[in-house]
Design a protein around this ligand. Structure first.
Ligand code: AMP
Ligand code: TRP
Length: 331
């Protein structure tokens, strides 16, 4: 059975983008893969996080993953900072990756913005830590949203250079799994921007904890254009907001975007948005309820995460110890 690894940052409340682009696919992969899922708090502090908020959000993220259907028995679910193998391997990868490779990372450019000099060094080397997350488990399949594609290419470059430099066949190749019509869910306010938990506007996203009323209101107010829905997906190309809502509908209904248009071609956004709100609420309401249920018992949640960390350590420690031997650490 192939091993899957994926991670999510506890830097806010997870969004519909996280759910459709990543988490929902993780849940499905549990049926036929050996899965390791991680709440990546070490990644989160590459941008400033209030310590108390980080601790709360880490728990909330774990509770949400459980509510979405991550099964802590079949899969390994844990918090990144509890397993030191990630940091140890990340340091070695800092010495394998080239500055030229990191300089090409578009996410760093986006996140650092104009004031590059003020960005943390952690934000810059973040893809090396991400590569370490995956390679510490010899994972071969990584389900992510489309925005992570470039980081996975880098993880393969790092694995390959390590194998070459040390003349070993140690790290396997990683296959990105970028699945479904909602691998890139866009902001509800701007169809050219990714829906993100760190966007300053709450109206730009649907949070997995939003109430039914909030979801309906956000979808009703979502930016669209004055034209009716077209008959073909080609006609959506220049209409980013319309394309985004059709993609979300398709993902939630489990059909392709062309079939959505077959149903709604010629109709205005009013009817379409009502149906989309209904579908979204139907999918998210049970998740919100179950998240609340998990959060009501923090002791149970902490025990579960500690057990997950122990299982993660048992997988990653021997692999990273071998890497340390290969590079010449230890006796
Ligand atoms: P992050 O929120 O950056 O920790 O991302 C966690 C996972 O959700 C990653 O696999 C991302 O690629 C995915 N993801 C984040 N935002 C979106 C989005 N707007 N659409 C689709 N996938 C997303
Ligand atoms: N960098 C990813 C994001 O922000 C999260 C992440 C960290 C991850 N480590 C990973 C995803 C390893 C997949 C595999 O979305």
């Amino acid at each position: 059975m192939q091993r899957v690894f994926s991670g999510i940052q506890p830097s806010g409340v997870p969004t519909l983008g996280n759910y459709l682009g990543a988490i929902r696919n993780w849940v499905a992969l549990q049926n036929d893969h050996d899965c390791v899922f991680c709440v990546v708090d070490m990644h989160a502090i590459t941008s400033w996080q209030e310590p108390a908020a980080l601790r709360t959000q880490t728990r909330e993220m774990a509770a949400t993953l459980l509510a979405c259907g991550i099964d802590p028995v079949r899969s390994v679910l844990f918090v990144q900072s509890a397993v030191s193998a990630h940091a140890r391997l990340a340091w070695i990868f800092n010495c394998v990756a080239r500055l030229g490779w990191l300089n090409r990372m578009t996410q760093f450019k986006d996140k650092a913005g104009k004031d590059r000099e003020a960005a943390s060094a952690g934000l810059y080397v973040y893809p090396n830590l991400m590569a370490a997350d995956i390679h510490a488990y010899h994972a071969t399949r990584v389900p992510v949203g489309d925005d992570q594609r470039q980081h996975l290419e880098l993880a393969n470059d790092i694995g390959e250079k390590f194998n070459h430099d040390y003349q070993v066949e140690f790290f396997p190749r990683i296959e990105p799994l970028i699945l479904g019509p909602a691998a890139r869910v866009m902001s509800l306010r701007d169809g050219t921007k990714k829906m993100s938990k760190s966007d300053p506007s709450d109206q730009s996203r649907i949070n997995l904890t939003d109430s039914a009323d909030t979801i309906a209101q956000k979808i009703r107010r979502a930016k669209t254009d004055p034209l009716p829905l077209p008959a073909t997906t080609e006609e959506l190309a220049a209409r980013p907001e319309a394309r985004n809502l059709v993609g979300i509908y398709a993902a939630l209904a489990g059909i392709d975007p062309a079939s959505v248009l077959t149903e709604f071609a010629g109709s205005g956004f009013g009817t379409f948005k009502d149906r989309l709100a209904g579908l979204t609420i139907e999918a998210l309401a049970p998740i919100a309820a179950d998240t609340t249920h998990w959060l009501a018992d923090p002791t149970q949640l902490d025990t579960l995460l500690r057990a997950g960390a122990e299982r993660a350590r048992a997988l990653a420690d021997p692999i990273v110890r071998e890497v340390e031997q290969i590079v010449g650490f230890g006796g």
